[in-house]
Design a protein around this ligand. Structure first.
Ligand code: PSU
Ligand code: MN
Length: 283
């Protein structure tokens, strides 16, 4: 059975800690039901693991302040023998090293608003140019500058494929107003393209799967919640703290609506990634 990588940063930094283990269990089940073997990626006592056991995961989740590993600090955390959760970038690196081709997550990191001043651009974007893994995500988190992120993906030469959509999705919203490179409607045809493209380029690609229609947030509600969250978080939201602190605040000011939407899109991306992985092994 083909493996489907899942990341650990959404568990340690993206959802409240008490939802993390139930979410991990549910995602594993969804992957299996859709024909793939789930591979939860993380760093356990300094060792990068492509398929964490439940016991290892429980120990990591019981640790206070688990560091978030991206491409820059992964090696240091390994050297120190620390537990760490892995972002999209670090998950791609570990997955690629173990030969995993498909990876599902919520939304990848990207270009933060105010980038002209801070130049905060996620290592996730560069990882897509380095590791031959197809990432299924609902676009980029709508706390980012979505249009700028789409431009940087273009600059980096990362293929952006819409699954049953012509629009680049913006996480909680199905349409960001900018486009994709190509649209595929049939999973087995998309899986054939993924296999050929990963072999051809030995680089990654992004499969954009919009949030399910029934889970999409109202764009005016979201704009209001985001403005409130940005004001509340203020300058504390810089660097590696930016994504977790803004997401946490959004979940709070939306009364849990953004968290529910976030969970729904991760489930849906996991199901699609698993179906694509199962088609990959069929060729
Ligand atoms: N999507 C979510 N929640 C998250 C993340 C993505 O719904 O917590 C994480 C992913 O692990 C992603 C990371 O790789 O945020 C990006 O962080 P940064 O902007 O610091 O690169
Ligand atoms: Mn960043």
């Amino acid at each position: 059975m083909s493996r489907l990588a899942l990341e650990t940063t959404i568990l340690t930094h993206g959802v409240p800690r008490d939802s993390a283990l139930p979410l991990a269990r549910e995602l594993r089940r969804i992957a299996e039901e859709n024909g793939a073997e789930p591979a939860l990626v993380g760093v356990y006592r300094g060792v990068p693991v492509a398929s964490l056991s439940e016991t290892q995961l429980i120990e990591i989740l019981a640790t206070a302040d688990v560091p978030k590993a991206n491409s820059a600090n992964l090696g240091v955390l390994m050297q120190r023998g620390s537990h760490a959760s892995t972002t999209v970038a670090a998950t791609m690196e570990i997955a690629a090293a173990s030969g995993i081709l498909m990876f599902s997550t919520g939304g990848i990191g990207g270009v933060h608003k105010g980038f002209a001043k801070h130049l905060d651009i996620s290592a996730d974007l560069l990882a897509l140019t380095r590791f031959p893994v197809a990432v299924v995500a609902s676009g980029v988190k709508s706390i980012l500058d979505v249009a700028a992120t789409r431009e940087v993906l273009e600059t980096l030469g990362v293929p952006v494929i819409g699954f049953r959509t012509d629009a680049f999705p913006a996480f909680y919203l199905r349409d960001s107003g900018v486009g994709v490179d190509a649209r595929f409607d049939d999973p087995s045809e998309l899986a054939r393209f993924v296999r050929a493209e990963l072999e051809r380029t030995r680089r990654g690609l992004l499969i954009a799967n919009p949030i399910p229609v029934e889970a999409e947030l109202d764009s005016r509600d979201f704009a209001r919640w985001l403005a409130t969250a940005e004001n509340a978080v203020g300058p504390a939201a810089l660097g590696r703290n930016a994504t977790p602190s803004l997401l946490g605040k959004l979940h709070e000011v939306s009364g849990g609506a953004t968290l529910r939407a976030n969970l729904d899109l991760i489930r849906s991306n996991t199901a699609l990634g698993a179906r694509l992985a199962s088609h990959l092994s069929g060729h």
